[in-house]
Design a protein around this ligand. Sequence first.
Ligand SMILES: *Cc1c(COP(=O)(O)O)cnc(C)c1O
Length: 411
Amino acid sequence: MNFDEIITLDKADPLAKKRLEFDLPANTIYLDGNSLGALPKSVKSRVAEVVSQQWGNDLIKSWNSHSWIDLPIKVGEKIAPLIGAAPGQVMCCDSISVNLFKLLCSALTLNSERTVVLSTKDNFPTDLYMVQGLSDLLGPDLCQLQMVEEQDIQQHLTESVAVLLLTQVNFRSGRLLDMAKLTRLAHEKGILVIWDLAHSAGALPVELDTCEADFAVGCGYKYLNGGPGSPAFLYVAKRHQQEIKQPLSGWMGHAKPFAFDAKYTAAPNINQFQCGTPSVISMSALDAALDVWQDVDMLQIRHKSAGLADVFIELIQMNNCLTDLILISPNVAQQRGSQLAFSHDAAFAICQALIQKGVIADFRAPNILRFGFTPLYTSFEDIWLAVTILVNIVESEQYKESRFNITLKVT
Ligand SMILES: *Cc1c(COP(=O)(O)O)cnc(C)c1O
């Protein structure tokens, strides 16, 4: 692989022009869109308009005149096609953590003769924390967390499990779980499944309806580019919507919020999953960010994502760097999400040195260096430059300098 071949790949890339829709900083190669997506240009003007015109001028009238009240549903419906969901099943609201609380309670109630929530030891910690908190609240007779290794999930799908809680793409290793197969096996044992799509939505084609998933949650600020603290989303399969009740029974989930009735009556549809007033400015940002996807084919995203990562691995290999940097993601693109993870004892310092040289990657404790690939705005040339810089840092051992070894609060 040489530089000319890299340029040829960029020239043949049908998504290359999408980069123009983003505001990217100069002299920066951004390989962290899996943690915080880049800024779509459309978001800037939208947020400015929402603040100065809708809020500043139109004030409270905007709940109706600018349809603020419908944003959670409207944004949910824009996310739906990206995750293979037919209309009426996706709501944009709250954070993943809060949405998990609602869905875990709902699922445990549906399967109330069982108590176990099965998940993986290396699931994203907030997912596990939310089950632990719920278990403390309800007591072990109603909710118990069981954690197993990712490769052992299948053998633990037993009749005592109420809910299987899985993240489709592992946040550290990038390993992709087989949603269709695991959902089917779980259903055969009467288990309900909640999928966390934090590293899937916008990263690869997801087929919630086809897989007959029960519930899902996902993130607005990663591959969907909604901005820091952007609201999350949740999915509830239509077949469950009539029979379930979520416990955070705030007024926005009421069948008639503006009747101001003292008695709570849940909305008979996905609206029930709202709790309080939506954060209009952030949700408007996400709404505008989602327009970027309108003409995008998720198969093209998947194809390019695999290509970017494969080129990354090949270049590292070509430079004989794979003895220092150990690939902990699957070798085969079909078994990965849209990121690569390498382990190295000095991963933190290497990451700091990369950032100082304009390559933004991230570090995950204890020793993992993570690179995210966002096909909408990452080019093959970016990968070439990033690997050149990475190899140089590793070979020269520059990362040993003390300035790259200072602890930070957020990594
Ligand atoms: C990023 C991420 C979250 C974030 O949860 P919030 O409550 O929205 O902050 C949850 N789960 C996974 C797997 C993640 O990667």
